[in-house]
Write a protein that binds this ligand. Structure first.
Ligand code: SAM
Length: 261
């Protein structure tokens, strides 16, 4: 079965998902880990709709440069619109495993929820390493989807829906092996922090609630999941919310490391 396609429809969903409080918090954590400084050149691999590119420009200032790379032309056009006021944001279409950027040209790089979609993670890490100058820092963020704990009175249906959602990417538990993979790529000082995105309230600003329409549209028609079943699954969550019985939690992981030589 095919992975999630980053087309215009997914672009609309991500534009909404990336505005909620939980995703704003996630960007704040990534930016703090990267600690971009005025004048730096920063590479954003899998830049998506360009939220990081637009925000990082404030940190690198007019002397700095942000290069955003993404495989999807639809995502790049959203990023171009978001960054149109900034001449020092440059966007390229390329795969994470064959970046069209110079060797050792960047002080910092970020790759947020991208490698989990890339079948050849080692090739993606090799490209991040190649693009950084000696002393350059990388921040990589991915979700371990097996940590999702989501209450439902129909546990079998929840399991079927989450099982189908696991097909939306190449590696559903990438953080488990990412540290050793980063060291194998040559990175040093590899550190990991775990961040919980959990809510016991049906709040549209939280990750679980905001994911409902994205998951619903992905799973319909996959395997034997029908539109009515997926609609009932999402409706149950709203109902649990009204009864104050909603619960969602998942753990996301932030890795940072340095190319020392
Ligand atoms: C979940 S979005 C994350 C976007 C952005 N990093 C953020 O956090 O705001 C994943 C992005 O990775 C891109 N992507 C997936 N596979 C890729 C690949 N092999 N090479 C480059 N980009 C890829 C998608 O097009 C999409 O824009």
């Amino acid at each position: 079965m095919s992975q999630l396609v980053f087309d215009e429809e997914t672009g609309k969903q991500l534009e909404a998902l990336y505005r909620i409080g939980d995703t704003v918090r996630r960007r704040r954590l990534v930016r703090a880990a990267l600690a971009a400084a005025p004048g730096e050149r920063i590479l954003d691999v899998g830049c998506g709709p360009g939220f990081f590119c637009a925000e990082l420009i404030d940190e690198v200032g007019p002397e700095g440069v942000i290069v955003g790379v993404d495989a999807s032309p639809q995502m790049l056009s959203l990023a171009a619109r978001r960054c149109e006021a900034h001449s020092n944001v440059v966007l390229h279409q390329a795969d994470a495993t064959s970046l069209t950027v110079e060797d050792s040209g960047f002080d910092g790089a970020l790759c947020v929820q991208v490698l989990e979609y890339v079948p050849d993670v080692a090739a993606g890490l090799a490209e991040l390493y190649r693009a950084l100058r000696p002393g350059g820092r990388v921040v990589i963020w991915d979700v371990d989807w097996s940590t999702v704990s989501w209450h439902s009175l129909d546990a079998t249906r929840m399991e079927r829906i989450l099982g189908s959602w696991a097909e939306h990417l190449a590696h559903s538990s990438l953080p488990r092996t990412l540290g050793p993979a980063m060291r194998a790529a040559g990175f040093e000082q590899v550190e990991m922090e775990a961040h919980s995105f959990a809510s016991a309230k049906f709040d549209p600003q939280t990750y679980g609630v905001a994911l409902l329409p994205v998951i619903r549209s992905f799973v319909v028609g996959r395997g034997d999941i029908t539109e009515p079943e997926a609609t009932l699954w999402a409706a149950e969550q709203r109902e649990l919310g009204k009864r104050r019985e909603y619960f969602f939690a998942c753990t996301q992981f932030c890795f940072k490391a340095t190319r020392t030589s």
